[in-house]
Design a protein around this ligand. Sequence first.
Ligand code: PEP
Ligand code: MN
Length: 270
Amino acid sequence: MSDSVRAVQIRDCAIGGPEMVVMAGPCSVESREQIFHAAEVVAASGARFLRGGAFKVRTAPTAFQGLGWDGWKLLREAADAHGLLTVSEILDEAQIDGAKRYVDFAQIGSRNMQNVPLLKALGRSRMPVMLKRGFGCTIDEWIHAAEYVLREGNDAVVMCERGIRTFETATRFTLDVAAVPIARKRLGLPVVVDPSHAAGRREWVECLTLSGVACGADGLLIETHPEPAKAMSDGPQAVVLAEFPALMEKTRRLAEAMGRTIPVSTRAAA
Ligand code: PEP
Ligand code: MN
């Protein structure tokens, strides 16, 4: 394994230790059936976190904006039913206090990486934060954004490389694998990889997942959906839920070769 980092503890899960922490689920929470189905399959494949957006930042204002608070309630219920933790994007300072009941790990989206009032507010909140890299931002700018959270006294920060915009159009973004060891070394904090938003198409998610493991990431954030063709956001990049266990099996084998573990399955809550 590459240089060690200070692990971030979120309830019973440490990110940045020997375990490669898998966070998976749909881009957006859409219905009870969809999120419970996703939770069941990702838990049985060893994921520790259920992901699912409830407040979405969409490029177009006419696109689906998420189920809001009802989405967070469903995310929590589905996660609790399957022994998972939750990760979801918080858009606005005003959501933080209410979010604590539903969200264990607060995602700051790529488009909000330089939203300084939000960074500071999440710093003051002491919620564990996953800071996605702005797709037009350098590693330096990303690190400075993390410092805004850290300076408020919140050291539970995990970085997330999710691809940057380059001249390439065959993928949605370009996964900057070198950013993983660089940010780990410079901040001494865990870094996770989101292969889904970088790939933009499910066909390329597997190889980017494996490259995330190979470059020393401490975790993975992967979008998966029971019926991607019907997804209300990011369907083209969603791994088909039925194919998720096989992806995890392959990922686990590489993780083990890299000295990391991925649980075979996450036990359901008692
Ligand atoms: C997401 O995780 O669904 C998302 C919107 O990601 P990003 O902020 O990286 O675009
Ligand atoms: Mn998405």
